[in-house]
Design a protein around this ligand. Structure first.
Ligand code: ZN
Ligand code: ZN
Length: 332
């Protein structure tokens, strides 16, 4: 019996990792919608992921929840499950499955860069690594997010008569951008679209300091000159944005390095801020794991599979259904 099947099913404990349809038993890596779905019988996840799922989908979104802290082995018969931080969003976990003398790691979405809104990534040694490949092409080399935030603040300073609207996914990206702004010294209130409020509050409740946040709705137009507003990418281009003075449309995403995408999205100020590994970081993580076999999923699999084979590793792409082609940069 395999420890893990290619559909991320663990036969020994009859559980799936991040299943795309309701299952009796699910292990959930993190709260983005392409990984965490409602309707499972039993869910095993980190405490932060459980809290996020309950806020997004309701208290009853699974038959039952079991929280498991990071770095805490949970034995179920002959199989042991341990979560390690994935550094992607708050609560995001890599799943280590130990059985039959094998160590198997499912990374979920992950990043290695510092981010105080997520528990920092920890490398995990394993025999079989199942890695995401959202930015799995050599062309992807993410810049330092501090430099991207500096460009935003420079634009705000240069155009004090305009409001800057920063398009961000509501879970993870929004809170990270706010934290980056705070750490860069922006101590004025930051204004939020209604869709952002509850998850920002939850992050604050879970101990992530985001400073003073104010709902943008209802603010007089003139008062918003020189201010920064965080909103879903869809809202910054529709009628909602007209309430702000001469808005500068910004968007924070790893995809903003693709100039054509930024242009198509009518983004005036693209900010390349990614919550996934870039190509070099994917390579580094694979080598660091010591895995002899790598399954690649969730993105541009082929280039990474080819790279693994060149390193002398066994590698194959996994076609998993239901993962967000947009890279799960929010899974929305
Ligand atoms: Zn994803
Ligand atoms: Zn994700």
């Amino acid at each position: 019996m395999a420890v893990l099947n290619r559909d991320l099913y663990i036969p020994s404990i009859d559980a799936w990792v991040d299943p795309s349809v309701p299952k009796p038993r699910a292990i959930i890596t993190h709260g983005h919608a392409d990984h965490a779905r409602s309707g499972h019988g039993a869910v095993l996840a980190t405490p932060d992921t459980v809290a996020i799922m309950k806020v997004r989908y309701g208290e009853d979104c699974a038959g039952q929840f079991q929280s498991l802290d990071f770095n805490t082995p949970l034995a179920m018969g002959d199989t042991t499950i341990t979560f390690y931080p994935a550094g992607h969003i708050l609560g995001s976990a890599q799943v280590l499955i130990e059985a039959e003398g094998q160590r198997v790691v499912v990374t979920g979405d992950y990043k290695r860069r510092p981010d105080r809104t997520a528990q920092p990534y920890e490398p995990v040694a394993c025999d079989l690594l199942i890695t995401e490949a959202t930015f799995g092409l050599p062309v992807f080399q993410h810049p330092d997010p501090k430099d991207e935030i500096a460009r935003l603040l420079k634009s705000v300073a240069a155009q004090p008569e305009r409001a800057h609207l920063v398009g961000c996914y509501a879970l993870g990206k929004a809170q990270r951008v706010i934290a980056l702004l705070r750490d860069a010294g922006w101590d004025k209130p930051i204004y939020l679209h209604g869709a952002m409020i509850r998850l920002c509050e939850l992050y604050q409740e879970l101990g992530v300091d985001l400073g003073e946040l104010i709902p943008a709705t209802g603010m007089p137009k003139a008062a918003m000159a020189g201010q920064i507003v965080i909103a879903p990418p869809s809202a910054i281009r529709d009628r909602w944005s007209r309430r702000f003075p001469d808005p500068v449309v910004c968007q924070a995403s790893g995809w903003m390095s693709v100039k054509q995408r930024a242009r198509q999205a009518l983004v005036e100020l693209p900010l390349v801020i990614s919550d996934h590994c870039d190509w070099g970081e994917l390579n580094e993580s694979i080598l660091e794991s010591g895995a002899e076999t790598v399954w690649v999923t969730h993105g541009r699999e082929d280039a990474l599979v080819y790279w693994c084979k060149k390193q002398g590793l066994e590698a194959e792409p996994l076609a998993l259904p239901g993962l967000d082609d947009d890279g799960g940069e929010g899974g929305e």
